[in-house]
Design a protein around this ligand. Structure first.
Ligand SMILES: [Zn+2]
Length: 91
C-alpha cells in the first residue's frame, strides 16, 4: 500500500497514512472524516495554501491577545483587591 499525505480541513493537521487509493481515512488529531489528500507541497497552488496559513497565524495572534488581555485583567483585579485590603488594614 502506498503512503499518502493528508491534511485535515477541520484542524489543519498534516499526517501520512498507509492506505489504498481512494480509501477513507480519519484525522488522527480531531477524528474528522474529511482529511484532504495532499499530493505534494509543490503541486498545491500557492493561492490555496496561503489563506490557511494566514488564518492560522491570525488565530495564534488572537489567542495571544486574549491571553494578554486576560492576564492584564487578572493583574488589575488583584491590585484592586490589595488596595482594598490595604485600606482595611490602615483603619
Ligand atoms: Zn483534524
Amino acid at each position: 500500500m502506498p503512503i499518502y499525505e493528508f491534511r485535515c480541513e477541520q484542524c489543519g493537521a498534516e499526517f501520512e497514512a498507509l492506505t489504498e487509493a481512494g480509501a477513507e481515512v480519519d484525522c488522527p488529531v480531531c477524528g474528522s472524516e474529511r482529511p484532504k489528500r495532499v499530493y505534494s507541497a509543490q503541486a498545491a497552488p500557492f493561492s490555496l495554501v496561503k489563506p490557511g496559513g494566514d488564518a492560522r497565524k491570525q488565530e495564534a495572534r488572537n489567542a495571544k491577545l486574549r491571553e494578554r488581555t486576560k492576564a492584564r485583567f487578572k493583574e488589575s483585579r488583584q491590585r484592586a483587591r490589595e488596595r482594598a485590603a490595604g485600606r482595611k488594614g490602615e483603619r
